[in-house]
Design a protein. Structure first.
Ligand SMILES: [Zn+2]
Length: 497
């Protein structure tokens, strides 16, 4: 998207000319050899044309240089996600510097995830507590961009590792290891699945304490992280949200040296409701209000302890949500005249269609036959699904460099769903997992604390940038990742010099 427009703008624009269009070399020659400007000079008209032409060439050159310089800045500022342009106009708040801690002896980052909190939900209903964080903190003005696929486990793990799913290994909520045939599910806690270095491991490695009140991957023992009983909660969706908040608050009653420097807090809402009823149902409004109450409870608890202004709160979601309904279905069985897609080939249907055909079936042939059927006009909603060899997916998706990713991936249009065969089931609800370029897949980013400017808006960015943001706030050495090293300086206040 962004990169295309930059590349297009560097193409020379045709120069409109009247009469004989002089070539650049002859016009330069005539400029050099014909020095007169006398209007009576028979060469004057040609000279004037030449000057006009040269001016146009110079203007074009300046435009091209500016475009190249912009392109350079654009790519060098964010090697991993060219769609990110940290170009907001400097405001007064940027001149401010980091605020000193008043009660705590060390920085604390509390990372909160509200699952499926689509960007825009914060306007559904009064959310005074979330808006208090926004007003006094820094917000991604048009939301946080998830990684592809915009699913819960891949995204939560990208947030804490700074890696795209192809590199952190959690390429779907559910997948098969092609080498061993073993199945990964959301309950798999063996370290072999979870690649990269999550932030709690980075923290523990430096002799510091981290706590996790639920987060995909947090139960997994990795390196210095042993999921300590006191600070690492095993996932249990039935624990009331209030209890989660109370437990996190209780960590601030510990002696300063015992307070973890990094904490997570996770809420299943409003994802849970979004799947059931879609993003526009009153049930979502209620769930959003419920999350806002939890943020209010948290703020109150931190204020009672006198640490609200010292603690860095980063509130995010993992992905958005879009309405789905039964008219927007695509059935793989409809492709039978072109190719039989066996259920055993399909690792996931929707919104990420992932297919691994058995040996003997060339993936490229399967893709070609499926696309032929889908584009034939004879398959219901066929034009809303396009099949790719994973290597041929748009590079901005970063979804190829892992054996775990099946060789064939289908990109499904927003709100459409793929099923194997027709059934009598009729349902409308919500889904996510689609192309991360879709606005409906965006979620929220709010940063509040000593290193975030008050009332600042920053452009949207991908969630792989958050790992570097946290290591920067905690001033610790992070592991290599797909985020940009310079990103934190574009979002955080600078230290007083
Ligand atoms: Zn989710």
């Amino acid at each position: 998207m962004g990169s295309d427009s930059v590349l297009t703008s560097t193409k020379p624009t045709p120069i409109p000319t009247q009469e004989d269009p002089p070539s650049p070399s002859t016009s330069l020659l005539s400029f050099n050899t014909d020095s007169t400007t006398d209007p009576s000079n028979p060469h004057h008209k040609r000279t004037a044309n030449s000057i006009l032409f040269i001016s146009l060439v110079i203007v074009t050159c300046i435009a091209l240089s500016a475009a190249s310089a912009f392109a350079f800045l654009f790519f060098s500022s964010s090697s991993s996600s060219p769609s990110v342009t940290p170009t907001e106009i400097p405001s007064a708040s940027l001149q401010a510097t980091t605020r000193p801690l008043t009660k705590l002896n060390h920085s604390v980052v509390l990372l909160i995830s509200s699952d499926g909190f689509r960007f825009g939900y914060q306007f559904k209903t009064p959310t005074p507590n979330i808006h208090r964080l926004i007003a006094n903190g820094t917000e991604a003005e048009t939301g946080l961009i998830p990684v592809f696929p915009s699913l819960t486990f891949p995204n939560h793990y990208s947030i804490v590792t700074g890696l795209y799913p192809a590199y952190h290994g959690i390429i779907n909520n559910h997948f098969v290891d092609p080498k061993t045939g073993e199945v990964f599910t959301m309950a798999s806690h063996e370290p072999k699945w979870w690649l990269g270095e999550p932030i709690w491991e980075t923290v523990a490695k430096q002799g510091l304490k981290a706590s996790t009140y639920f987060w995909p991957g947090s139960e997994v023992h990795k390196g210095s992280w042993t999921c300590p009983e006191r600070f690492c909660m095993f996932y249990n969706g039935s624990v009331p949200f209030d209890e989660r908040v109370d437990t996190v608050l209780s960590y601030f009653d510990l002696p300063d040296s015992e307070i973890p420097v990094f904490m997570t807090l996770y809420f299943e809402d409003p994802d849970h409701q979004g799947h059931k009823v879609g993003p526009d149902d009153p049930e979502i409004t209620e769930a959003v209000a419920g999350i806002d109450r939890m943020i209010g409870k948290l703020i109150d608890g931190l204020e009672e302890r006198g640490v609200f202004e010292d603690v860095t709160i980063i509130m995010v979601g993992d992905h958005g949500m879009v309405g789905t309904c039964d008219k927007k279905l695509i059935f793989l069985d409809d492709l039978a005249p072109w190719i039989d897609i066996s259920t055993e080939w399909v690792q996931s249907y929707t919104p990420l269609l992932a297919i691994r055909p058995p040996p003997g079936f060339a993936p490229s042939a399967v893709v070609a036959e499926m696309n032929e059927g889908l584009q034939s006009g004879k398959v219901q909603n066929g034009k809303n699904l396009k099949m790719y060899l994973k290597e041929e997916l748009p590079s901005r998706l970063h979804y190829a460099a892992s054996d775990r990713i099946p060789p064939i991936i289908g990109m499904i249009d927003e709100g459409f769903k793929v099923e194997q065969k027709r059934t009598n089931r009729r349902e409308c609800g919500g889904a996510h997992g689609y192309d991360n370029a879709l606005f409906s897949m965006r979620t929220i980013f709010i940063g509040h604390g000593p290193q975030f400017a008050r009332g600042r808006k920053v452009p949207s960015f991908e969630n792989v940038q958050i790992y570097n943001l946290i290591t920067s706030i905690l001033n610790i050495q992070g592991a290599p990742n797909n985020g940009s090293v310079s990103f934190p300086s574009t979002v955080l206040l600078s230290n007083p010099s």
